[in-house]
Design a protein around this ligand. Sequence first.
Ligand code: SF4
Ligand code: SF4
Length: 170
Amino acid sequence: MKPVGEVCAVVNTLEFLAKVKFCARCWSCMVGSAQVSGLLRKLTRGEGVPEDFQLLGLLSFGMKETARCKGGKEAAGVLADLLSSEEYVAHVENRRCPQRSCSGLTTYRVVAERCAMCGLCKQVCPEGAVLGEEYLPYLADNVPYTISAEKCTKCGLCLPVCAENAIELV
Ligand code: SF4
Ligand code: SF4
């Protein structure tokens, strides 16, 4: 496991569940881990609800108590760690992914003070989500670019082209 702080703990747990080897001899891991993965994917989409906590806790307990293999016990422990973390709370109660990894909880925006109005982000955006006009020195009303939250699919293509580091994820 990568330590919390480098990678979103929810994504980290999902990756762990996808890789862990279950012996497939008991119901608790096979069905339980699939249910857990489904609930965690909901979290990454920003659709987590407080009620999921109890269900995830029950699944973790069930896997820990009844799993016959090491993989099942490990998965239960990783899930229990996630449920007791501040990151889990942030995803559900604050609707926020502290690591900016979960697309459903992350928004792209232009920092107006840093935007040089070069238009490169608008050129690469496949969704037409970047709004604005290039800087023209003879105009007095140049306005920094903006990103439409409704159109932005969070593909990330605009990030590397901005030389001013003016696009951020919030
Ligand atoms: S690429 Fe950066 S500096 Fe250029 S318009 Fe977009 S946000 Fe502004
Ligand atoms: S993240 Fe993708 S869709 Fe959103 S503004 Fe940037 S290039 Fe466009």
